[in-house]
Ligand binder design. Structure first.
Ligand SMILES: Cc1cc2nc3c(=O)[nH]c(=O)nc-3n(C[C@H](O)[C@H](O)[C@H](O)COP(=O)(O)OP(=O)(O)OC[C@H]3O[C@@H](n4cnc5c(N)ncnc54)[C@H](O)[C@@H]3O)c2cc1C
Length: 430
């Protein structure tokens, strides 16, 4: 048996790596001039690696497969504790460390620890905002969820299926132990060596064809993938590891048409708009131990990959999704960069702050991603499972097809690639 993998993001690379390790000859077809997809480490912007796509490793639990590679490759990581390394502008205008804010305001803290007490479960057809209102969240709490949790989840609360997205909240800890986003299982880490130190190693032994945008996949009797160049690649099976929005926009035609279950899946998911604005400053703009800012304005989230590194110049990145991103995207790059810098100036009280250089990374405008990452829409709890269902000889991978608790992450994408490979390996051995 031999296989094609369409897309060389984390899902495709993982699928190809696992197939190859099982002795299945595998060819990866990738549209871009690089691998990694929505994980994209830039090495030109500054003298440190700057992540233009995924930045953090979300969690330390056993399912977070990235750690296996971190250990194997001996990569260095930094832990974002979200207490004394982060500043927040509160609704009342105070400028506090996140630790101080959480200690002072149990109401605010509840939107981070998700210690909600005895509350009803969310329903499938309920959006996150409606659910939080139903269980008694105050308007201030709702606004805080929007700028922190929902911004990280990738879209406005009205688009987030409450039941699905609740799975990204830390669950109650029956043992009474520590909980919250700063717990080990929910903590965030940055790869100081750059995410590319991981994905280039994952890809090192793979047969990858770059500049190979696939436009049509025939899947009656084996698989033939036709590239825009006209080249045709044939194999017994294929892993489809394309971004959700690329599938939704029908950038790749399938013949025969895909079964109804795939259309149901695509109708139940949405690619949230995700925008990064990256700035290089000549000198540190805050105390060097501060690596993140939770702003009351837009963009609501800022962090610095320079934290914990020596040197003068520092990089700060703003992260906006949902309506924050939609509004900034409307402005265009120059005005969005200026407006966001104005927010930063105000938050840190430096009205004359100038950046040496800046740029945005607008994932909605990226023709091979067409958005940031997937969210599950109200009423469509089963959509991710439907997208994951094998339709031999096609097998499905990509972050949007991951279980809710790990969807929209790097480790979730990797998980789906491994899953698709295992489905094929089982078939080959049957
Ligand atoms: C700005 C941003 C920040 C993020 N931050 C984090 C984070 O901190 N932590 C985290 O865990 N996750 C984060 N994510 C999510 C994470 O990046 C994704 O979940 C993951 O990388 C998706 O991998 P994938 O393989 O499913 O898709 P992709 O990486 O998109 O891979 C799909 C591949 O298919 C290729 N392709 C597209 N069309 C064609 C075609 N016609 N023919 C051939 N190839 C094609 C694409 O070029 C791409 O390489 C972030 C995402 C973004 C955008």
């Amino acid at each position: 048996m031999n296989a094609l993998v369409i897309g060389a993001g984390m899902a495709g690379l993982s699928a190809a790596w696992h197939l190859q390790a099982a002795g299945i000859t595998t060819t990866v077809l990738e549209a871009r001039d690089r691998i990694g997809g929505r994980v994209w480490t830039n090495r030109d912007f500054a003298d440190i690696p700057v992540e233009f796509g995924a930045e953090l490793i979300h969690g330390r639990g056993a399912e977070v497969n990235t750690w296996d590679w971190i250990r194997k490759l001996g990569l260095r990581t930094w832990h974002w504790n979200k207490l004394d390394d982060s500043m927040i502008r509160t609704e009342t205008g105070d400028w506090l460390t996140m630790g101080e804010a959480r200690a002072q305001s149990p109401e605010l803290d509840a939107t981070r620890s998700w210690e909600l007490g005895d509350v009803p479960e969310p329903c499938d057809d309920e959006d996150l905002g409606s659910y939080l209102q139903r269980i008694g969240f105050s308007p201030a709490q709702m606004r805080y969820v929007q700028r922190s949790f929902a911004n990280a989840e990738g879209d406005d609360m009205r688009y987030l299926n409450a039941k699905a997205h609740a799975q990204a909240m830390p669950p109650p800890d029956a043992s009474g132990g520590p909980r919250g986003v700063d717990d080990e299982d929910y903590s965030d880490h940055r790869i100081l060596d750059g995410y590319d130190s991981y994905y280039t190693q994952l890809a090192a032994e793979l047969d990858i064809h770059l500049h190979c945008a696939v436009s049509q996949i025939n899947w009656a009797g084996g698989v033939q993938a036709q590239a825009v160049s006209g080249a045709v690649y044939a194999a017994d099976v294929a892993v489809i590891a394309l971004p959700l929005a690329v599938l939704q926009a029908a950038r790749v035609r399938f013949a025969p048409l895909l079964p109804a279950v795939k259309n149901e899946a695509l109708a139940g998911l949405q690619m949230g708009p995700v925008l990064k604005l990256v700035y290089l400053f000549d000198a540190p703009i805050l105390d060097r131990k501060i690596g993140a800012i939770y702003s009351a304005g837009s963009p609501p989230m800022w962090w610095s990959p320079s934290l914990g590194r020596p040197g003068g110049a520092v990089v700060w990145t703003a992260f906006a999704t949902g309506d924050y991103a939609r509004e900034l995207l409307q402005l265009g790059e120059a005005a969005a960069l200026e407006k966001s810098l104005a927010t930063l100036r105000e938050e840190i009280g430096q009205p004359d702050l100038q950046a040496r250089k800046s740029r945005w990374v607008a994932w909605n405008h990226d023709e091979f991603a067409l958005g940031g990452y997937s969210v599950c829409l109200p009423g469509h709890y089963a959509a991710r499972d439907k997208l994951a269902q094998p339709t031999p000889p096609l097998y499905w991978a990509g972050e949007a097809s991951a279980p809710h608790r790990m969807a929209a992450t790097v480790h979730g994408a990797y998980h789906t690639g491994k899953r698709a490979a295992q489905e094929i390996i089982r078939e080959a051995r049957a």
